[in-house]
Design a protein around this ligand. Sequence first.
Ligand code: ACO
Length: 311
Amino acid sequence: DEAELQARFDALIEADQRIEPRDWMPDAYRKTLIRQISQHAHSEIIGMQPEGNWISRAPSLKRKAILMAKVQDEAGHGLYLYSAAQTLGISRDEMTEQLIESRARYSSIFNYPTPTWADMGAIGWLVDGAAICNQVPLCRASYGPYGRAMVRICKEESFHQRQGFEILLELSQGTEAQHRMAQEAVDRWYWPSLMMFGPPDDESPNSAQSMAWKIKRFSNDELRQRFVSMLVPQAEVLGLTLPDPNLRWNEERGEWDMSEIDWTEFNEVLAGRGPANAQRIQHRRDAHEDGAWVREAAAAYAEKQAARARQ
Ligand code: ACO
């Protein structure tokens, strides 16, 4: 009966074992996983746009090849994650509908524009760096398909972060104008990258339950702190400044002191009113409509194959 199933589920979580698709799970656990994994998948798919914007304008053949590979990786991450979400009983079509009808969330970070080449560096260094901090603990998420997808994704994210760091290093050590371009990109992306970790702990409605279920292993603020401590020495190597005059190590608290994050900006972006929200969704919707003939052709082909197999 239900109490027994619940007890078995609780024991698995307690013992750090994995929950697999065929196992019984509480409805709320299933729902929160669908919520988080589908948001994560949408983030990867929408996240192709700010960088896709630079593929045709990358400054060399080498940079273009790297950027294309990276954007393709993001498409792959979206697909693993949609597959993981599908094991919970939601269809890919349903998730796609939710996204193009603006009923689904995706990361706030992808609603900012990329006006210069240095933004490719800042995205790699800061955005993919934040993604790694957030996602390495997710490799141990209690839901098997999600945790396993994260292992591969994190390996690829490490390469993405290195390529961003390297773009910034080259620009920072280049001409004065290149150095300035790198600094301005870091100024643009630093605060939004800190917002990727979500609201502060005391305003994060999902954290406590997700941590009890061992989906999340650390709180939003803990991961944000970890990210900042990773950035500080790297910014020094880059010769670039993190745009926060109040950033300093607080020996007593064992934490970084920093300026208050502009949560009004975060809430505006979440409400769909960020600098590029409308453009991102419109682009996704157009791409979906333009791809209708491919889906129809694939379905017709599958049907033909199935009919042939029946003969
Ligand atoms: N952008 C958009 N929405 C956000 C963000 C953000 N940066 N941070 C929090 N939110 C949303 C949450 O999804 C939640 O909304 P919902 O209840 O409608 O789903 C609400 O704000 C409150 O936040 P929390 O209670 O803190 O939510 P949660 O416990 O899910 O934590 C977090 C948010 C940290 C983003 C978590 O969902 C997570 O780790 N997700 C997986 C990682 C991910 O999605 N990364 C995407 C960007 S990285 C990349 O794709 C390269």
